[in-house]
Structures are given as structure tokens and as C-alpha cells.
Design a protein around this ligand. Structure first.
Ligand code: GLU
Length: 470
């Protein structure tokens, strides 16, 4: 196979990019990257009623978030109308398309008649060889489908699927109003873009013979097809809104890492041994269409969450920090409150306990607040009058630690504990509430050091004044 690989992803901008579409895009993209081929983005935006610019932008934003770059495009079908008109003209000249002046009522009548005779309802071909049509009469263009023989889709995944030509309609390729139709545009585009492989959902399998007929009519060889299974919900029904979040940007919202989301979606239908966690580079290196499996893919939100957690644990800290910082800013917090080194430390401390970036941001928020937002219950339970003494002594001990390191803080704490005859927990928890506002944080020594001495002391003072309030 030395022909250049050229693949396209062809979303319609009639909705958000959803998981199924993203997965199709990923299979195309990874196939292109693995083979050194070309990945093309083509937006099918000819549905005037349902296509919107907002969805167009949202689709591009989703790819931006996923970090998928396209070698060509985004092309838009609405900008390619002349090309479809040219292809229709060539078909008309070659006699593989013809003008049809039948009215919608006439066509409906033919269908009903066919139905009554127990045949496949379709256009009966009466305009195929009419030379007497009034040239001023409105007409559409139809593809002349061979009456006999069969059209075979040699699918790389499904094997060969045969369609009897006499079951296929003389489909309209250009409507009476001049608008080219869906299957016609897809085939003309795929020809023009020299697409070598069409990887798409198997909901398009029934369109494929129609598109192959357009290829034939234009004297072109069809590309190779790989129709992948749909994503289903746990009830084995096609994934939809009923199953919860489905649009890619919703997963961004919820705190999924693009790499984890990609990993999960690619694994849903593709395998490489029994490996579950992949970096993008590993997928590129190992991707192949042969390893796509045919069986329906069932979306498992728990596994997606697990995959996310694995990526949070193993991902590169700088990349995680950048994503965390975005979230902090969205919460009106200033990441620069802490040095970069401390911020990376925060990531290291929290990554083992967060399943999503949202949880990571939840855990990190107290570091970046100006003051402390106290949890009332925690204050009631841990900042009692009797801890005022030990807390004040802990404050003095912390103030004396130089350099300010977890080991230094630990030694200082141990001195206070010994003097007070206390257990670590009894002192650590009030200190934790004082500096974080709540009862959950990484190890107290690390937390103090990441927050910094000055801020830690300020916060403890604040807590002390709270306890000592009359
Ligand atoms: N625009 C079609 C869709 O969104 C895809 C067409 C294709 O891949 O051929 O389902």
C-alpha cells in the first residue's frame, strides 16, 4: 500500500461535536498520523435550516481542546458549490445523470404504485431518455442507476456488503432549486480531496453504495471504506442525551484531560494487546485499522473516569499545571500567588487524590485564596478554645523554621507536641483548618511549605483571633 493516505473527518455543524463524532475523528486522525498521511477537516454545512455558525465554532473549539490539528481545512461545503455544479455538468454530459421534470406528486405516485406491487418504492426512471421535455419546465438532476448488477462495498471492517442495483433509486443529485444533495456532495468532495480511506460510523453504510455510484458515474475509483460501530449507552441503545453528557465540550467542563478523553475514546473500539493507558505518541505509533473491532462500543463513564485519574497521576506536571491554572483563573483565583515551583508542588501533592481537573482545582483552591474561607463545621470541631494555646505555640515554632522545609516544620511540630504532650493529629487538624479552612489537604508539613511561611502565619493568626473572639 504505497498510495498516500488521505483521510477526512466530515462533521455537520448541526450540533455539538459529540463523543461518537470525536471518536470517528480520532480514528481518522491517528490513522493519518501513524501512516504519515494527511488529515482533512471538512464541515458539511449545507443544511441551511439546521447548520449554525455557533456550532461551527464549537466544533473547532472542541478540536482545539483535544489538540487535534488538521493538515487541510476546515473546508466548508457551502464554499464549494461551483465544484458540485461542475461535477453535475460532467455527469449530465456523460449521460450518467439526467434531467427529471417530474413533479413531487408524480414521484409520490410512482412510489405508492411500487409499494402496492410489493416492489421497492423508487423513481421509475421515466425521464431517463426523454428528449421532449419543455426546457422551461423546472427540473432536478438524477443519477442514472444501473438496472442490473450489484454495488459492493468492500469494507475493511465489515467485509463485503452487497447491494442490488435494482434496489437503488435514481437518486436526486441536484434539486430543482439547484441545491446539490448530501450523498452527491460527499462523493464529489471525497473525489476532489483524493480521499484514500473513509473511516466513519456504520450509520453511513447504507449511503455508501449511493456514493460509489457517483464515483462510478464520474469515472473514479472509490476509496477504501471502514465503517465503525456506533457508541451505545449502558442500555445498549445508541448514545444520546438521555445518557448524560455526550458533547465533547461538556467533558472539558467536567475536568477531563484531553489526553485521557482521547485515550478512552480510542480504546473504545481499538486495542493494542491489553494495554489500557496510552500517551498520544503511543497511539500514533501503534494505531492500525486492523486493530479496530467490529462489535458495538458501550460507553462506560466509570472507565472514562478511571482513565482520567490514571492520566492525572502519570501526566507531565507542567501540562497538568497549565490546565489547573486555567481552572483557577476561571474561579477568579490568581495562580501567581504561589511561585511556579510551589504550584508544581501543589500538583504533585494533589494529583494522587484527584479524578478530574475539577477535583484538582477544588483541592488547590485554598492555596490561591487571599484569605481563608472557613468551613463552619470544621471550625466548630477543631478550633476550640482549648487549642488556642497549642496553636499559638505551633505558630511560634513554625515562625522559627529556617529554611522553611517540610522536614524543618516536622521537627518544629515534634517539639511542640512533646511540650504539650499531644498527639500529631490533635495539633495537625487545627493547623489544617486554620490554613485551609477545612479538614482535607495533603500532608500538613508539605501544605504549610507550599503555602509559604508568611501566608501560613497570617492564616494561623486569623484562626487564633477567631478562637479568642469573646
Ligand atoms: N456529515 C456526516 C455526519 O456528520 C459525515 C459524513 C461522512 O463521514 O461521510 O454524520
Amino acid at each position: 500500500m504505497n498510495e498516500a493516505v488521505r483521510v477526512r473527518f466530515a462533521p455537520s455543524n448541526t450540533g455539538h461535536l459529540h463523543m461518537g463524532g470525536a471518536r470517528t475523528a480520532l480514528f481518522n486522525w491517528f490513522f493519518a498520523r501513524h501512516t504519515g498521511g494527511t488529515a482533512i477537516l471538512r464541515v458539511e454545512d449545507t443544511d441551511q435550516e439546521r447548520s449554525t455558525e455557533a456550532y461551527y465554532d464549537a466544533i473547532l473549539e472542541a478540536f482545539d481542546w483535544l489538540g487535534l490539528d488538521w493538515d487541510e481545512g476546515p473546508y466548508r461545503q457551502t464554499e464549494r458549490m461551483e465544484m458540485y455544479a461542475g461535477a453535475a455538468r460532467r455527469m449530465l454530459e456523460a449521460g450518467t445523470a439526467y434531467r427529471c421534470t417530474c413533479t413531487p406528486d408524480e414521484v409520490e405516485e410512482m412510489r405508492q404504485k411500487a409499494r402496492a406491487e410489493g416492489k421497492t418504492p423508487k423513481y421509475d426512471g421515466r425521464c431517463r431518455d426523454r428528449y421532449d421535455a419543455d426546457p422551461t419546465e423546472p427540473f432536478c438532476l438524477r443519477l442514472r442507476t444501473p438496472d442490473e448488477g450489484e454495488t459492493v462495498v468492500n469494507d475493511l471492517l465489515a467485509g463485503s456488503v452487497t447491494f442490488q442495483n435494482d434496489q437503488l433509486d435514481d437518486m436526486v443529485i441536484v434539486r430543482t432549486n439547484g441545491a446539490p444533495t448530501y450523498n452527491f456532495c460527499v462523493a464529489v468532495d471525497d473525489i476532489d480531496m483524493r480521499i484514500s480511506h473513509v473511516i466513519r460510523g456504520n450509520d453511513h453504510l447504507s449511503n455508501t453504495p449511493k456514493q460509489i455510484l457517483v464515483y462510478n458515474a464520474l469515472g473514479e475509483a472509490p476509496p477504501r471504506f471502514a465503517h465503525i460501530s456506533m457508541i451505545l449507552g449502558s442500555d445498549k441503545k445508541r448514545l444520546s442525551k438521555r445518557h448524560g453528557a455526550t458533547s465533547v465540550l461538556e467533558f472539558r467542563e467536567q475536568g477531563y484531560l484531553p489526553d485521557a478523553f482521547i485515550n478512552y475514546l480510542v480504546r473504545l473500539g481499538w486495542s493494542f494487546g491489553d494495554q489500557e493507558i496510552f500517551t498520544r505518541e503511543e497511539i500514533i505509533r501503534n494505531f492500525s485499522i486492523d486493530n479496530l473491532n467490529l462489535s458495538a462500543a458501550v460507553f462506560n463513564p466509570k472507565k472514562l473516569l478511571w482513565t482520567n485519574q490514571e492520566h492525572i497521576m502519570s501526566g507531565e506536571a507542567g501540562g497538568l499545571l497549565a490546565l489547573l491554572e486555567e481552572r483557577l483563573r476561571a474561579r477568579d483565583l490568581d495562580p501567581d500567588m504561589l511561585t511556579r515551583e510551589a504550584r508544581l508542588g501543589v500538583v504533585e501533592e494533589l494529583r494522587t487524590r484527584a479524578k478530574t481537573l475539577e477535583e484538582l482545582a477544588d483541592g488547590a483552591t485554598f492555596f490561591f485564596r487571599q484569605g481563608v474561607e472557613f468551613d463552619e463545621k470544621a471550625v466548630k470541631k477543631f478550633l476550640k478554645p482549648e487549642v488556642a494555646g497549642p496553636l499559638a505555640r505551633a505558630r511560634e515554632a513554625i515562625a522559627g523554621v529556617e529554611p522553611f522545609s517540610p522536614e524543618g516544620v516536622k521537627t518544629a511540630f515534634e517539639r511542640v507536641l512533646e511540650a504539650e504532650g499531644m498527639k500529631l493529629g490533635k495539633l495537625a487538624q487545627p493547623v489544617r483548618v486554620a490554613i485551609t479552612g477545612g479538614t482535607v489537604s495533603p500532608g500538613i508539613f508539605e501544605t504549610l511549605c507550599l503555602l509559604g511561611k508568611e501566608r501560613s502565619l497570617e492564616r494561623i493568626d486569623k484562626a487564633l483571633s477567631l478562637i479568642n473572639q469573646p
